[in-house]
Design a protein around this ligand. Structure first.
Ligand code: GTP
Length: 332
């Protein structure tokens, strides 16, 4: 069994951070989004293939530096081919069946159990579905007896949505599905290919615990909460010499003596939070510096951001190297 992971998108909804950092390398609960997805892939798969595109070389270098339980091969696209085009471009040498994973979903799932169910039912594919209130950004399934998917509508208007069960971005597909994808041009797998596969029996695997897609700032922070609450954020607590509740995921080189922390915070490598500053429900990427008495709530701060003393940053996203606030106060 092999796994194909789609990781070629631009991550436009997380700009400006994604101008320099691919979405999947943003740390959530102390670990990159990509490695939270890797945690879902069974240890016994033979190989993981990454269909890369945007910032392919950055993803490649990151994966080389961070060990994985299986060999990882990256197959970059010269230009964005969409989900189906990316699958086709990386299809050489995949297994039959194979796992397909989006790289921006946060969930817990037993993929081996999904594979067993897929083999038992014998259809062309099995898609993990998550139940959500607002189906508008997703592909929505109509379910028949035995959880067979009778219809699949990509991003329908609410009145046209056949259910609240949406494509969770994790699936098992028969190898023959790859033959259905046209080559050499961008293809949306969900819009152009999946509806045509329904007559060959596509089944649902319903996710029952938690699921979110981490594609927008709000959902990224919600995903981080889910991971912490599931115990996937390390030991929790607060950095040495700091105060507050946490949990805070702390990377190497963090300095935060005298600062205070609320719930759900990730601090990347070499982050500094000065005394009297307060951070809550936020992600501060490597090298970011928050000066004294500043407050950061519900925000994403990319690498090497500087928040000046006394500033209040609420619900904001800053990209690499941004400076927030006026000139440094004396004594910094
Ligand atoms: P937005 O630009 O904010 O919509 O994010 P995105 O580019 O990641 O798009 P989306 O969230 O719809 O992508 C779903 C999954 O497919 C993610 O894992 C993406 O990395 C991946 N993906 C999207 N477009 C491409 C592509 O052109 N090629 C490849 N290989 N993967 C893609």
């Amino acid at each position: 069994m092999k796994a194909l992971v789609l990781i070629g998108g631009f991550g436009t909804r997380l700009r400006p951070i994604t101008y320099t950092v691919p979405k999947q390398l943003i740390p959530l609960a102390g670990r990159s989004m990509l490695y939270h997805v890797f945690d879902l892939i069974p240890k016994d798969v033979e190989e993981v293939v990454l269909a890369t595109g945007y910032k392919a070389e950055v993803v490649d270098a990151f994966v080389r530096q961070h060990p994985t339980p299986w060999p990882v091969r990256t197959v970059p696209e010269a230009e964005p081919l969409g989900t189906g085009g990316g699958m086709k471009n990386a299809s050489a040498g995949l297994s039959d069946p194979f796992y397909l994973l989006n790289s921006d979903v946060v969930t817990t799932v037993d993929l081996s159990a999904m594979l067993a169910l897929h083999q038992h039912r014998g259809g062309i594919g099995t898609m993990a579905l998550a139940e959500v209130e607002d189906t508008r950004p997703y592909g929505v399934a109509a379910l028949g007896p035995d959880d067979r998917i009778d219809a699949f509508v990509e991003k329908p208007e609410p009145k046209d949505a056949p259910s609240h069960w949406i494509n969770a971005g994790l699936a098992v597909w028969a190898g023959s599905v790859l033959d259905r994808i046209p080559s050499g041009r961008p293809v949306s797998f969900e819009r152009e290919v999946v509806p045509g596969l329904l007559p060959e029996r596509l089944y649902a695997f319903r996710l029952r615990k938690y699921w979110d897609d981490a594609g927008t700032p709000e959902r990224l922070l919600r995903s981080q909460q889910l991971l912490f609450d599931d115990g996937r954020g390390g030991r929790g607590g607060v950095p040495a010499g700091a105060f507050g509740s946490g949990p805070v995921a702390v990377a190497r080189g963090v300095r935060a003596e005298g600062a205070s922390f609320g719930k759900y915070v990730t601090l990347g490598e070499d982050v500094t939070v000065e005394p009297g500053a307060h951070i809550e429900n936020s992600i501060l990427m490597a090298g970011t510096h928050v000066e004294k008495e500043a407050v950061v709530l519900g925000s994403l701060l990319g690498p090497k951001v500087l928040v000046r003393a006394g500033q209040r940053v609420v619900g904001q996203v800053f990209g690499e190297g941004a400076e927030v606030g006026g000139p440094t106060t004396p004594g910094r």
